[in-house]
Write a protein that binds this ligand. Sequence first.
Ligand code: AHR
Length: 485
Amino acid sequence: MPIELLTQKKGPKISKYIYGQFSEHLGHGIYGGIYVGKDSDIPNVNGLRSDVVNALKKIHVPVLRWPGGLFADTYHWKDGIGPKAGRKKIVNTNWGDVTEDNSFGTHEYFELLRQLGADAYINANIGSGTVQEMAEWVEYMTMAGESPMANLRRQNGRQDPWKLKFFGIGNESWGGGGNMRPEYYSDVYRQYQTFLPQYDKEHPIYKVACGPNEDDYNWTDTVMKYAGKYLDGLSLHYYTLPTGIWHQGEKGDATDFPEEQWWSTIAHAKHMDELITKHSTIMDRYDPDHHVDLIVDEWGTWYNVTKGTNPGFLQQQNTIRDAMVASIILNIFHRHADRVHMANIAQMINVLQSMILTKGDQMIKTPTYYVFDMYQKHMDAELVEGVGNVPEHVTYTASQKNGQLTISITNYDLTTKQAVDFTAADAYQRIEAATILTADKMDAHNTFADPNIVHEAPFKGATLTNGKLHLKLPPKSVVTITLKY
Ligand code: AHR
């Protein structure tokens, strides 16, 4: 029996922000990975490497979270403004105790957003900063008229205020962000948000509170209870580990892993569904009309670091298994589009489940990059529900926008091909586009020597006959197909 897509039933909008990214001052997430400085031999515009920016522009990064992560709660923004020679050199105590020269700061971040066409999501320092420091940063960024911080911004070369779309108050405040109890954090959040200046009354800054780690339901309950009416979004952090063990060296390797870890990784990725469902149910108790969104601002795979690299840099390879994880989780976000407004995969470049890996002046796109590329048509599209049985080890999502129906379907079986049929209430007439990402080996990945082992290709396994779409899916594959009415 085909899966019937209910194209005439109104579904929620899949926010484009679900395709958000995260870049922290961590390893080569910023330095070397995207910021090389104006004097670098690597071609760049205002210090930002052009190869990486151009690759990212193709996937239309909608929003970029910065400067952390854990780094955010040690970051003092005034260290990162003004003439570079005078910027304070500090120690990045969270990530390898390396020297942070603050050459990438607020101005460089907004320049990156300008080049990418992305919106801002800044995480404040509430762990080791002050309310005044946060308020002044927002004044520096967003005050249009005359004020001490707006004048300082102008002195540093920026006349107009920037647009600050999202603002996080606390990162992992239950752990490295301050080891707070949820009751205490709720009060800290309430205090900080009170002094968050909103100069642009027409576009108020969207406030994100620190939400739970994984299945800490008590955190969600308590923060919603005490602070729920003061926030726009509540964050959730959940990483996919093959073994589920956080210990150094015991997470599982990114490549050359046993079959059993293919399956455990898939199972852990699927767990995102349960987490969102349960946190959302708790949020419903305090917010039945869904005024508060869930913001999954850290997600992705986390493996043992690549051998021979600095353990504090969280550098890892990215295989076709990561592509499966990305598609499984993006499909889950789509299913929860009525609650999940933004998600930020960790992290955009060179860190954890990245889009891009760099080495000197070289750059490779990862399998995860290609999933983000293939899924673009779902951004801001309307979710389409489907009814009918889905074969084992297959997951799909569908959406419609501008007279086009886009279906993304993943067969995460290691060896078995699958055939899947779809029909839709509306008659669609032709296949507009069809692409596939697949590989022979379960740890297939791109390398600097061979950057094209895993890449997107035209998909030939689709036929559309009398309104029925028939797909033949190879094992370990993600397919996106767009139909036109
Ligand atoms: O993404 C890496 C780290 O994971 C972040 O800094 C932190 O928030 C989380 O523990």
